[in-house]
Write a protein that binds this ligand. Structure first.
Ligand SMILES: *[C@@H]1O[C@H](CO)[C@@H](O)[C@H](O)[C@H]1NC(C)=O
Ligand SMILES: *[C@@H]1O[C@H](CO)[C@@H](O)[C@H](O)[C@H]1NC(C)=O
Length: 485
């Protein structure tokens, strides 16, 4: 069992001297500290990759306990010298494909005979509420970042800046290195993160266009952030392979999903044959989208109970498992260039530090997708269950580690922090590393400790780092054409 990551990082608001500064920055930070009247749903823990960051990370809310920094060692004898952060984009709109399915579902409801709803628990006619439910999603939205998603990023920026003030110093601003996937939602997430930082440095001043910022706009690098699109072996064996997601398809027609189909058909008063698992899943996601994007509770949330939600969460996790996680070796292997890239940054910082040069890139921010983070975490050995997730072991996997909602909610982030440490007893200088997942310390896979000597970490992953020639990993076995003749 992976121990629960230490909940050490509370929101820390730096003391501000000037009143003006305090007023302005309180505007930006208030919404972060106060839960407001945040709309919640009992289904929220089961939304998988559509989970709101604050639902996956309730530690962000104000806590009366005195914040504790952990481990103390790093505070006393170590200084952070570099931070490499992999950040999933913030809250987004549904994709065009999801919107198409939503429209199909809406059509089914509209075609329904009137007055044929089922009474919901509160006496309200759920069928009628669903038929009246406005379909406000349009094609242009296609997976783009929403305003809440920008806020996710600005707030993450502010929290990281107050957690690592030396790294996010004003002087380092121009040296920030930003890399992003080419997708709009990622580019926009990078920009929103920069605007959050701008707010941190210049409270009250409107941020300039990212193109005019000192560090420049995020650089697009899909080979790095969307490695899965560039790995031929992954594309052939998994992405374009109809049988690779066998367990996902089998679960869709299995008994757990069939029960939900029957139940929902009865509630909507539509023939069960008109429904399928994809439509049910999109209905469930509608509850999550309305909640995350608009902060409203859709009547779709009332269609499902917690047992249904757990089944639908499993369906989502099954797909992630077989497409991005441990299901196939190539899923995680395809991320090894990114893994190597992170260590190259850390190596370079150490080299510069050892030769008494300033670290050229103290902060590296890389914006990508859940599909970027999951393979990397799998490559590093995290959230691995003893048994694979299959169509047939839903019950046995009830307490699985691989729960995408806990690992990769919107705005999820995996951060490597490199520290330079002076040992008081020996004159030896040391470099140490901590990893944070969603701002909580992630114990290292090899030791379960919250911190590791850099050498030990590198040594643990040496096989991956040495053998990572993605060009080879991702190449398909050569067909011997002379054999065919
Ligand atoms: C597709 O996936 C199945 C199941 O993993 C596998 O047996 C088959 O070899 C794959 N096909 C290709 C072309 O890789
Ligand atoms: C291809 O097949 C030929 C004939 O069977 C064989 O001599 C040759 O070594 C093979 N080449 C490779 C690269 O396997």
């Amino acid at each position: 069992m992976l121990p629960l990551p230490g909940r050490i990082f509370r929101v820390r608001v730096a003391p501000v001297a000037a009143l003006a500064v305090a007023l302005v920055s309180s505007l930006s930070r208030c919404s972060l500290l106060e839960p407001e009247n945040r709309v919640v749903s009992a289904l929220s823990p089961y939304f998988g990759t559509k989970t709101r960051y604050e639902d996956a990370n309730p530690g962000l809310l104000p806590d009366p306990e005195v914040p504790r920094r952990d481990p103390e060692l790093l505070e006393e004898t170590c200084t952070p010298v570099q931070l490499v952060a992999l950040i999933r984009h913030g809250t987004r709109y549904p994709t065009a494909k999801q919107i198409r399915k939503l429209r199909q579902l809406h059509g089914l409801l509209q075609a329904r005979a009137p007055d044929k709803g089922t009474r919901a628990a509160g006496g309200r006619d759920l069928g009628a509420a669903l038929a009246d439910w406005p379909l406000w999603y349009a094609d242009w939205m296609d997976g783009q970042l929403v305003e809440k998603g920008r806020q996710d990023m600005r707030q993450l920026a502010l929290r990281l800046a107050s957690l690592f003030p030396a790294l996010f110093s004003r002087e380092n601003y121009g040296r920030l290195q930003l890399v992003t996937s080419s997708k709009h939602r990622c580019v926009d997430s990078g920009a929103a993160f920069l605007q959050g930082l701008w707010q941190h440095y210049h409270p009250g001043l409107p941020p300039p266009d990212v193109a005019d910022m000192e560090c420049g706009p995020p650089r697009i690098n899909d080979k790095l952030m969307r490695f899965f699109d560039h790995c031929e072996k992954f594309l052939t064996q998994v992405e374009r392979n109809a049988t690779a997601l066998y367990h996902v398809e089998a679960f869709k027609t299995g008994p757990e999903m069939q029960n939900i189909l029957k139940k929902v058909a009865a509630i909507l008063q539509v023939p069960v044959n008109n429904l399928n698992a994809d439509l049910i899943q999109v209905a469930f996601f509608t509850c999550s989208f309305d909640l995350a994007i608009k902060g409203v509770k859709s009547p779709w949330c009332d269609v499902f109970d917690i047992d249904d939600a757990k089944v639908l969460e499993y369906l989502n996790d099954l797909k992630q498992y077989w497409k991005r996680g441990y299901g196939y070796t190539i899923n995680s292997r395809s991320s090894c260039t990114l893994f190597q890239n992170i260590f190259q940054h850390l190596d370079k910082a150490i080299e510069q530090k050892q030769s008494s040069q300033p670290v050229s890139s103290p902060v590296i921010l890389q914006f990508g997708h859940a599909e970027t983070l999951l393979p990397l975490l799998s490559l590093m050995g995290y959230f691995k269950d003893k048994e694979p997730l299959t169509a047939y072991n839903y019950k046995e996997q009830m307490h699985r580690k691989f729960r995408s909602g806990h690992i990769v909610p919107y705005a999820s982030n995996l951060i490597f922090v490199l520290y330079h440490c002076k040992n008081a007893k020996t004159p030896k200088e040391e470099f140490r590393v901590q990893m944070l997942l969603n701002e909580k310390v992630l114990p290292l896979a090899h030791s379960q400790e919250t911190v590791s000597l850099y050498e030990d970490l590198k040594n643990h992953y040496k096989d991956i780092l040495q053998s990572c020639q993605t060009t080879e990993d991702c190449e398909l076995p050569k067909v011997n054409t002379s054999d065919e003749l």
